[in-house]
Design a binder for this molecule. Structure first.
Ligand code: CMC
Length: 428
C-alpha cells in the first residue's frame, strides 16, 4: 500500500485500488471495482475486515477501549448527559442548544402514546410470550398504523418516523412486560422524563401513585445512554441492509430487534445473568472457567469478549459503577454481584483470557443492575432494543441520505454442485 493506492497481484497481473482515509481509524481499500477489474470477489465471512458503509456517527477503537459518539467519549456522555440529549446528538450530529433540547424533548413526549388498536393486537399474543417476540411483532406492525411517515425519500417524514420510534419504544416495552404479568397497561405520563415515564409504565399500577426513585432513574438513563449506538454491529447492519432495499423504517427496526435477540449480541445480558446465577457461589467459578477454556465444550463466559474490543469495554466500566450504586440504594444483597466481581478478577488474570484479549463487555454487569431494579431476565434484551432504537434510526437516516447508498447485496464463494441435468423421481 503506498500513496493512497493498494496494489493486488492476481494471476500475474497487478491491479491498483484507491485507499481512503477516515477522520480517525484504519484506512480502507476501496474494492468496489475489484470484480470488474479482476473477476474475483473478496471473502470475509462475519465482515471482520470489511467496511460496508461510510459513517460519521460512532467511532470505536477496540484496542484502546475507546467509544465516541459524534466525537464525544461515552464515559463523559454517561456521566454528564441525558438520554434525550444523546439521542439528539446521534440523530443530528451536534449537541443541542437549550432551546433545541427542550423542543426535541417535547416532540418525543408528544409521540409516546400508541394507537389504541395496537393494545388489541398485543393481546393476541400468548401471556408467556417473550418480550422480544412481542417487540418484533408490534414494531413491525407500526407501519400499518403510521403509514403517513413511511415515504423514505422525504427527510421530514424520515425524522417523524424516527421520533415516533424513539418515543414509542418505552411504551411498547412496558406493555410487553405488563401483559406477561397480567397487569393493566399504563398510559404514558409526559411530564416525567423519558426514563421516569418508562419506569412508571413498567412498575406503576393505576391504583396508586408511582414515585420515581432518582437513583434508579439515573441508573436507567445511564444504561440507555450506554446502549444508544455501537457503530456497525450485527443489528445495526441488519437495519441498514433491510433499509437498503427501501423498506419502511418500522420494518427495518423490527429486523434489527430480531437480530439483537441472539445470545451472541443483545441476548447476552440475559445469558450472562443466567450464567452468574447458575455459578451461584464464588467456589464454583474455576469449574466454569475450565469449561470456557475447553475446546470440546461449547460453553462460553457470557458477557466476556467482543468482536471489536480487545481491551476493557468502556461501557462495562460505567456499568460496574452503576451496579454498585443501585445495589446500595436499593439495599439489595445479591450474591451474583460477588460472583460477577470474582469471576471478572479470576478471568482477567487467567492466561487464556489474557492471550485472547477477552474482557468483560457491557452485558456482564447490566443484568445484575436490571435484576436489582426489578426487571425479569426476559426483559433485558427488550431494554437494549429500546435504547438502541435511536442508534438504529440515526444510522438508517444516514444511510438513506448517502448518495453512494445502494441495495446491500453480498457475494459468495459457491461450493455446491456444478450444473447438472434433472433426473425424474423414479430414476433416482
Ligand atoms: N468465553 C470463552 N472463550 C471465548 C469467549 C468467551 N466469552 N469469547 C471468545 N472466546 C474465544 C473463542 O473460543 C475463540 O477461541 P479460538 O481462537 O481458540 O477459537 C477466540 O476467543 C475468538 O472468539 P471468536 O468467537 O472468534 O470472536 P468473535 O469476535 O467472533 O466473537 C463474541 C465475539 C462477542 C461473539 C464472543 O466473544 C462471545 O461469544 N462472547 C459471549 C457472548 C457475549 O457476551 N456477547 C455480547 C457482546 S457485547 C454486546 C453486543 O454488542 O451485543
Amino acid at each position: 500500500m503506498a500513496d493512497g493506492t493498494a496494489s493486488l497481484s492476481l494471476g500475474g497481473n497487478a491491479h491498483d485500488f484507491p485507499v481512503r482515509s477516515g477522520s480517525v481509524g484504519p484506512d480502507v481499500i476501496d474494492i468496489r471495482k475489484l470484480y470488474a477489474q479482476t473477476g474475483a470477489f473478496t471473502y470475509d465471512p462475519g465482515f471482520t475486515s470489511t467496511a460496508a458503509c461510510e459513517s460519521a456517527i460512532t467511532y470505536i477503537d477496540g484496542d484502546a477501549g475507546i467509544l465516541l459518539h459524534r466525537g464525544y467519549p461515552i464515559d463523559q456522555l454517561a456521566e454528564k448527559s441525558t438520554f434525550m440529549e444523546v439521542s439528539y446528538l446521534l440523530l443530528n450530529g451536534e449537541l443541542p442548544t437549550g432551546e433545541e433540547l427542550a423542543k426535541f424533548t417535547y416532540t418525543i413526549s408528544r409521540h409516546t402514546m400508541l394507537h389504541e388498536q395496537l393494545a388489541t393486537f398485543l393481546r393476541g399474543f400468548r401471556r408467556d410470550a417473550h418480550p422480544m417476540a412481542v417487540m418484533c411483532g408490534i414494531v413491525g406492525a407500526l407501519s400499518a398504523f403510521y403509514h403517513d411517515s413511511t415515504d423514505i425519500t422525504d427527510p421530514k417524514q424520515r425524522m417523524i418516523a424516527s421520533h415516533r420510534l424513539i418515543a414509542k419504544m418505552p411504551t411498547i416495552a412496558a406493555m410487553a412486560y405488563k401483559y406477561t404479568i397480567g397487569q393493566p397497561f399504563m398510559y404514558p405520563q409526559n411530564n416525567l422524563t423519558y426514563t421516569g415515564n418508562f419506569l412508571r409504565m413498567t412498575f406503576g399500577v393505576p391504583a396508586e401513585p408511582y414515585e420515581v426513585n432518582p437513583v434508579v432513574e439515573q441508573a436507567m438513563r445511564t444504561i440507555f445512554i450506554l446502549h444508544a449506538d455501537h457503530e456497525q454491529n450485527a443489528s445495526t447492519s441488519t437495519v441498514r441492509l433491510a433499509g437498503s432495499s427501501g423498506a419502511n423504517p418500522f420494518a427495518c427496526i423490527a429486523a434489527g430487534i430480531a437480530c439483537l435477540w441472539g445470545p451472541a449480541h443483545g441476548g447476552a445480558n440475559e445469558a450472562a445473568l443466567n450464567m452468574l446465577r447458575e455459578i451461584g457461589r464464588p467456589e464454583r467459578i474455576p469449574e466454569f472457567i475450565a469449561r470456557a477454556k475447553d475446546k470440546d465444550d461449547p460453553f462460553r463466559l457470557m458477557g466476556f469478549g467482543h468482536r471489536v474490543y480487545k481491551n476493557y469495554d468502556p461501557r462495562a466500566k460505567v456499568m460496574q459503577k452503576i451496579a454498585e450504586q443501585v445495589l446500595k440504594e436499593l439495599g439489595v444483597n445479591d450474591p451474583v454481584f460477588d460472583v460477577a466481581r470474582e469471576l471478572e478478577h479470576i478471568a482477567l488474570n487467567d492466561e487464556y483470557f489474557i492471550e485472547k484479549k477477552l474482557y468483560p463487555n457491557v452485558d456482564f454487569y447490566s443484568g445484575v443492575v436490571l435484576s436489582a431494579i426489578g426487571f425479569p431476565t426476559s426483559m433485558f434484551t427488550a431494554l437494549f432494543a429500546l435504547a438502541r432504537t435511536v442508534g438504529w434510526v440515526a444510522q438508517w437516516n444516514e444511510m438513506i441520505s448517502d448518495p453512494e447508498q445502494k441495495i446491500g447485496r453480498p457475494r459468495q464463494l459457491y461450493t455446491g454442485a456444478n450444473q447438472r441435468d434433472y433426473v425424474a423421481v423414479g430414476e433416482r
